[in-house]
Design a protein around this ligand. Structure first.
Ligand code: SF4
Ligand code: SF4
Length: 218
């Protein structure tokens, strides 16, 4: 899931001070699940803005702000509603959803969140980064554990040798992911496979901006 973090309220307020009619848009997917930009947070931010003299003319949180049909269909168009009512948008959707709104309205679009990473949710309390969308996935060779996102040096051919008591030398609060990979490969009876080197990674696959054609297969 794409994770986001709500910006401090005073910062959001500062950005919106020049505008008199603000539409607040959240997103029920990543932002909502992170509890940093779903409907609940959208109403909370709207209340804060109203309290500080900014008129909020609408609050909506589609189930996928980065999907054009969700924000603009002939029957129900959030984009049209925004354009009719507001002179600025505050988006709590991820960077993709916010940009999709921005390219379809002619008023300023401000973001109230920072987009962080692709992660997994734990105990409904926090998310851990598991993937940086590198475009050349290696986890079939590493026990289903990603060394690109979960090793600070993104080492795909084994550990750096700096780990101390199984902890990462860059961040001692987390285990060296290569210990986890080794353990997992041993459990799977595939430890020997780690002696084979992973081919050089194709970094051309992570050159931005990328595009995915739905019929595309390697
Ligand atoms: S190898 Fe790349 S695509 Fe696969 S999980 Fe890691 S970062 Fe994501
Ligand atoms: S200690 Fe392990 S996880 Fe940390 S940088 Fe070195 S190889 Fe990567």
């Amino acid at each position: 899931m794409v994770t986001v973090k709500l910006k401090p309220m005073f910062q959001i307020l500062e950005e919106l001070k020049p505008y008199s009619k603000v539409f607040v848009v959240g997103c029920q997917l990543g932002s909502g699940r992170c509890r940093n930009g779903g409907l609940r947070e959208a109403y909370k931010v709207a209340g804060y803005l109203e309290l500080h003299g900014i008129k909020v003319v609408g609050v909506k949180s589609p189930g996928g702000t980065c999907i054009l049909e969700k924000i603009d269909s002939p029957q129900k168009s959030l984009l049209r509603e925004i354009s009719e009512k507001a002179d600025a948008v505050l988006s709590l959707a991820c960077g993709a959803g916010t940009q999709l709104i921005a390219e379809n309205v002619s008023i300023p679009v401000k973001t109230g969140v920072t987009t962080l990473f692709i992660g997994v949710e734990r105990e409904r309390r926090y998310f851990d980064e598991y993937c940086i969308a590198c475009g050349d996935c290696v986890i079939s060779d590493t026990g289903g554990i990603c060394p690109v996102a979960r090793c600070p040096k993104s080492l795909v051919n084994g550990p750096c040798g700096g780990a101390i008591a199984g902890k990462c030398e860059v961040d001692p609060s987390v285990p060296c992911i290569w210990f986890k990979i080794s353990q997992r490969m041993e459990e799977l009876g595939e430890l020997d496979r780690l002696r084979e080197s992973v081919p050089a990674r194709d970094h051309s696959r992570s050159v931005y901006p990328r595009r995915l054609h739905l019929e595309e297969r390697d």
